[in-house]
Design a binder for this molecule. Structure first.
Ligand code: GDP
Length: 193
């Protein structure tokens, strides 16, 4: 199986996306970071395993110490499995992401999303950024360009369509992400020949 991992802050729509991609309900009772269940998903005759790594970044009501422990777990998991992970999908709330990133940067911190994106690249897992909640965004192109900019990708975002996937998980519009994954999958199979 090709493993695809989903990471992202709380409330960006990871569970909704998982449900949309797999047709299964993965709601776990809302304990961020403690549960990590690999879920198998057969998709258009291609076999994917989606792993939800919940709660990277800000978790309301979770103590700093616990938060760090969760993060360490996620990082360890990714490092240990990097060779077999086909893609790391960083899910963002497209409406809020840029403000949150800029706020962290202004305070001298590395924003979690940016950190995770860079980390995935460092360990050789090519990241895909799933920009969710597009239904709440007025000027989508502009917003996607800003997100590219914050990740160190030259705008316009259209030239990164292999790694920037706008979507609206709630309405089931996840085609751009599926296309990114399909491309990765075929490249991966070709490399194996
Ligand atoms: P998670 O914490 O990352 O797993 O996020 P959830 O999947 O639980 O979603 C958090 C909230 O965002 C829920 O209220 C969802 O209904 C909502 N949500 C998910 N996808 C979308 C979307 O595409 N648009 C909008 N407006 N809301 C969404």
């Amino acid at each position: 199986d090709a493993e695809v991992v989903l990471v992202g802050r709380s409330n960006v729509g990871k569970s909704t996306l998982m449900r949309e991609l797999t047709g299964h309900d993965f709601s776990t009772g809302g304990k961020p970071g403690v549960t990590r269940q690999p879920n198998h998903f057969d998709w258009a005759s291609e076999s994917f395993m989606f792993t939800d790594l919940p709660g990277f970044g800000f978790m309301s009501g979770v103590e700093e110490e616990h938060r760090e422990a969760i993060k360490t777990n996620i990082v360890r998991y990714l490092e240990a499995n990097a060779d077999s992970i086909l893609a790391g999908v960083v899910v963002m709330d497209g409406k809020a992401a840029v403000d949150i990133i800029d706020r962290h940067t202004e305070r001298g911190n590395i924003p979690h999303d940016v950190e995770m994106y860079g980390f995935l690249e460092d360990i050789g897992v090519e990241p895909i950024v799933a920009v969710n909640k597009t239904d709440k965004i007025d000027d989508l192109d502009e917003r996607l360009d800003e997100i590219c900019d914050r990740l160190g990708l030259y705008p316009p975002w259209q030239q990164w369509s292999d790694r920037i996937a706008p979507m609206c998980a709630k309405r089931g519009d996840v085609e751009a992400l599926e296309e990114c994954l399909r491309t990765r999958f075929h490249e991966h199979n070709r490399d194996d020949l």
